[in-house]
Design a protein around this ligand. Structure first.
Ligand code: SF4
Ligand code: SF4
Length: 418
């Protein structure tokens, strides 16, 4: 697409945004893949429409306020990327544009309060656990709160699991085949810490030493994907210092975190950490992709029971990291497992970081559709690779009275090893 953007006017990511826009040929192949186009039915709420809107804002021909009602509902799910025959790197446009817009836009008091609460709690496990417990007590009084804060209470689980800690060094069982560092995730380590225990279990029994860096923090994805560039930079820079460089890989087990860490080169562009960020990104791998590459995994014990597993593709694993086959193949290693494919797998479940809070109607509709499609496969268990999706699926399954368990791929695998 031809444009008149002057990248130097939009530092530090003006070049990336202009390049993404120039790659788009306006063909419209991406429209069918976009959940918000499906929900809202307007060109302006499609990837192509948004690209045009962002182009015109960057050119100075359109007011930011005119574009934002269509940019804000974008899930950042990146379903438009694999659907695009021209290879438009939409991720290089949407997050940098949101960061730029955040510096200029005027938010209402309610929006500021909501953003402040999420950004001051979710990335910090201690604060988040405290907020979740306090929020649970406040649930009976939810009717007194404005709708935006009521949504946040609705999303809180009925109870939190016990806090878990992990050793800094978790030795490989048998011969050491690799040494990795694990990101434990902030919300995940509060909502379902067993995912980390399962990940360490599966890795160590396959000959991988797992380091859990004690000074690691939030990956920064939550901040980056809602346009808080400074906060994302601060989290990313802290993790560059916290993670050892003498490991074979940096392992993530939450798709959103993995995708955020893959973007450290964008987040830290123009800072003193830019070169380190580029090297860091090369080492980041989702645990399922790492295990697939490691190969020669320990065989799983025989079982006489069949297990129907509906595998849900987390957008930030399938679209952002291209990891689709690996988790399915890992699950197929379990004797008796049958993978049930979910209809419309490219459609986001509506979780998408804080999207549930920011755009509750669309999130709710997508969550219901996803659960309808999942339940139609009649599975014994649902497996996925992202805590946000797990929470969204559990919430919508509970709403329709379904008790199908939702597990992380590593939990299903660990349980099968046992
Ligand atoms: S499919 Fe790609 S090139 Fe075609 S309109 Fe969508 S983003 Fe542009
Ligand atoms: S990221 Fe998702 S919601 Fe946003 S334009 Fe692309 S497909 Fe649509």
């Amino acid at each position: 697409m031809l444009h008149e953007i002057q990248p130097e006017k939009h530092p530090p990511l003006g070049d990336e945004m202009a390049s993404a826009i120039s790659t788009c040929v306006h063909c419209g192949f991406c429209l069918a893949a976009c959940p918000t186009y499906q929900e809202l039915g307007q060109e302006a709420d499609s990837p192509r429409g948004r690209i045009v809107l962002m182009k015109e804002v960057l050119e100075g021909k359109l007011a930011l306020e005119t574009a934002l009602p269509h940019i804000d509902p974008c899930l950042g799910c990146l379903a438009c990327e694999p659907a695009c025959p021209s290879g438009v790197p939409y991720r290089d446009l949407i997050s940098p544009f949101r960061a730029m817009a955040e510096e200029q836009r005027k938010r209402t008091l309610g929006e500021k309060l909501r953003r402040m609460i999420t950004q001051m709690t979710l990335p910090y496990p201690g604060r988040f656990a405290l907020a979740a417990r306090t929020g649970k007590m406040a649930k009976p009084f939810a009717f007194l709160l404005p709708p935006s804060l009521r949504v946040m209470l609705d999303l809180l689980p009925p109870s939190l699991p016990a806090k878990q800690r992990w050793d800094e060094i978790n030795p490989a069982v048998g011969e050491t085949r690799a040494r990795v560092a694990l990101l434990i995730g902030c919300a995940q380590s509060v909502l379902d810490p067993d995912i980390n225990s399962a990940t360490i279990d599966v890795l160590t029994r396959n000959g991988v030493e797992v380091v859990v860096p004690p000074s690691q923090g939030c990956c920064g994805a939550l901040s980056w994907h809602v346009g808080n560039h400074r906060s994302a930079q601060s989290f990313a820079a802290a993790n560059l210092d916290a993670f050892p460089t003498d490991v074979d890989a940096i392992i993530t087990n939450a798709a959103g975190c993995g995708s955020g860490m893959h973007e450290y080169h964008l987040i830290l562009k123009g800072t003193a950490d830019q070169a380190r960020a580029v090297e860091f990104c090369k080492k980041v791998h989702d645990v399922s992709a790492f295990l697939a590459r490691l190969g020669d995994l320990q065989p799983l014990p025989d079982r006489d029971r069949k297990l129907r597993v509906a595998y849900h593709d987390a957008c930030h694993l399938a679209n952002a990291q291209g990891v689709r086959i690996e988790p399915r193949n890992l699950l197929r290693m379990i004797p008796g497992v049958e993978i049930c494919e979910i209809a419309d797998p490219h459609l986001c479940c509506g979780s998408a970081g804080t999207y549930n809070i920011d755009q509750p109607e669309i999130a709710d509709s997508l969550g219901q559709q996803k659960v309808d499609n999942v339940v139609a496969t009649n599975p014994d268990v649902i497996a996925t690779g992202n805590i946000g999706c797990m929470t969204q699926l559990r919430t919508h399954l509970a709403k329709r009275g379904s008790s199908i368990p939702v597990r992380h791929t590593m939990q299903v695998l660990r349980d099968a090893y046992r």
